[in-house]
Design a protein around this ligand. Sequence first.
Ligand code: SAH
Ligand code: SF4
Length: 364
Amino acid sequence: MQVILDKLKNELKLSAAELRFLLETEDEAVPARIFREAYRIKLNRVGGKVFFRGIIEFSNRCAKDCFYCGIRKSNKKVVRFRMTEDEIVNTGHWAWRNRYGSIVLQGGEIESPEYAAFVERVITRLKTETGGGLGITLSLGEQTPEVYERWFKAGAHRYLLRIETSNEQLYRQLHPADHSFRRRLECLRTIRNIGYQTGTGVMIGLPGQTVDDMVNDLLFFEREDIDMLGMGPYIIHRDTPLAKLAGEFDREKQFQLGLKMIAAARIYLRDVNIAATTALQALNPEGRELGLQAGANIIMPNITAVAYRPAYQLYEGKPGLNESSGLCRDRLQNRIENIRETIGYDEWGDSKHFFSRTKAIRSE
Ligand code: SAH
Ligand code: SF4
């Protein structure tokens, strides 16, 4: 541990074996020390401001059947919805008026010309009606390069597409045969080439996932030169095939592993944006704040109308079902002030990594 701490003080890169040690050690004193180091690196590299991305989960219609997800197409218990164009735009305006800086548009995965045009209209309206001011991140799964391009031209400037796990074999076990790891990876690279600030991530503590897989996930993020990370613990949803395989679900263990992955990612990747995700909050009411203290710098408050939230349960126990967006904003502000961080209201809070990598490309 002392070797690792010395390396971190001198800003030296950890080896895969050292990352592995951080993630798997049973020594109870270690996590607190890693979180402290990760926090210090965060302050040095990206600062102590938290940026909000108000997330609008606007549709649970999904053509995919991922084995872990509560809104997979085979789950017939889910009542399907898609918010109207006006509803989404009005929610975006709420975020803008509340000085959120950016929003995330998230939904199940649909590939169709009608859907591509619908999303394009929403983006165009939100950009023009806020004078270009509102930052827009998309999290709408795999699409063709043409569609990614259209949405980028309409004004979205960040895209989140989790690889879910960098282990292709494990990916195959978590998805039906017609879901392709290769396509997902190609999509991620296309997104990056188009010019989006590119986000990915994995689920942590998946059945069948090893510590080596998680170390490889960190190496994958580095190799793919990603700008933003959204990772969260895997959480069971009872109406999914994976729930039957998952066995005992140890919430505290999943939670701690989630925090450790955030800290390890901050230590290893340094200048990327890292979200303290809702899945952390689902396992611990203070999960997001603890995530910030372990190295995360982004929070994605749910700003979807409360009426739609029960139908967008990717996993069980998703928090905030009855908490209005306004209440959520006030509570979050108090909580963040309590841990002595500030909120970057009205700012995009773009990934520092994006600017350093694009500058590098420009000067080549
Ligand atoms: N359909 C899009 C975006 C919505 S799903 C897509 O799949 O990219 C967003 C994320 O929710 C997924 O990437 C996955 O990592 C996460 N997710 C789904 N089911 C989950 C579960 N049971 N536990 C934790 N995260 C889950
Ligand atoms: Fe659909 Fe995304 Fe859930 Fe997979 S994870 S079933 S693509 S919403």
